[in-house]
Design a protein around this ligand. Structure first.
Ligand code: ATP
Length: 234
């Protein structure tokens, strides 16, 4: 029997007040895979991630985790079920130090020393800056911190929104290399990116989203052609 997808949206609808933003989104994140959600600004990528993270209710359709319908779950429920997100803008606390940011993430009964060790092993620069205020670091360093915080909760699915935003191309590829390593270790990732080229190399599945709908899903090489004509502008 095939394993149920880790995370799944079936005909998902969501709205901001009276204004619909998702018009029936079907999206599947199989275990151990990277799904890239692509498309222009305003297409509904962030809204899709918010729905998956329990940050926004569905107005129709279903959200499923490991095959179970979980419509209406809170963000805490989602986190407890292993869904972890880095919000657009990274969500680090600028007036706390690196290590305070790592400490504040975690629930009770966790080994804070261990969490720091893991973070500094993955990103040595964070270790060098452990007592520095997060807000004084570069965008790339803050993104490393955000990723380390997210991973401290040992999630099953990581939701990433515009990881590349405001970062130098070299930092972006470094971040995605780290993501690829984590996926090799069993993590699943749903990543929204406006700039498809940076994420396609590590994606297993690409989905193109326009006007609150997924208009194409497939292997990255199948979707790339649609991107150049419909979205990347030829
Ligand atoms: P972006 O990269 O800009 O976040 P996106 O593809 O993630 O784009 P969404 O942010 O999900 O798109 O937006 C989908 C639709 O919902 C857009 O029409 C947008 O204007 C609308 N929308 C997004 N956030 C809000 C909000 N807080 N209140 C009202 N409408 C919103």
């Amino acid at each position: 029997e095939a394993q149920a997808p880790l995370l799944e949206l079936v005909g998902a609808r969501a709205a901001y007040g009276a204004i619909p933003a998702l018009h029936g989104v079907d999206l599947t994140v199989p275990a151990g895979s990277v799904v890239a959600l692509l498309g222009p600004n305003g297409g509904g990528k962030s809204t899709t991630l918010k729905v998956c993270a329990g940050l926004m209710p569905l107005t129709g359709g279903e959200l499923r985790l490991a095959g179970r319908r979980v419509n209406g779950l809170s963000a805490q429920d989602a986190a407890r079920l292993g869904v972890c997100s880095i919000p657009e803008g990274r969500g680090v606390f600028p007036n706390l130090t690196v290590r305070e940011n790592l400490w504040i993430t975690t629930g009770t009964g966790v080994d804070l020393k261990k969490i720091e060790e893991i973070a500094y092993a993955r990103f040595p620069i964070l270790g060098n800056r452990r007592d520095q205020l997060a807000g004084s670091m570069s965008g790339g360093e803050q993104q490393m911190l955000a990723l380390s915080r997210a991973l401290a909760t040992d999630p099953a699915v990581l939701l990433l929104d515009e990881l590349s935003m405001g970062l130098a191309p070299m930092i972006v590829s470094q971040m995605y290399e780290t993501v690829a390593e984590l996926v090799a270790g069993g993590l699943s990732v749903l990543v929204a990116e406006q700039f498809a080229r940076v994420v396609l190399p590590i994606a297993d599945i690409a989905a193109l989203m326009l006007h609150g709908r997924i208009v194409a899903t497939g292997r990255p090489d199948e979707i790339e052609g649609r991107l150049s004509s419909e979205y990347l502008g030829g």
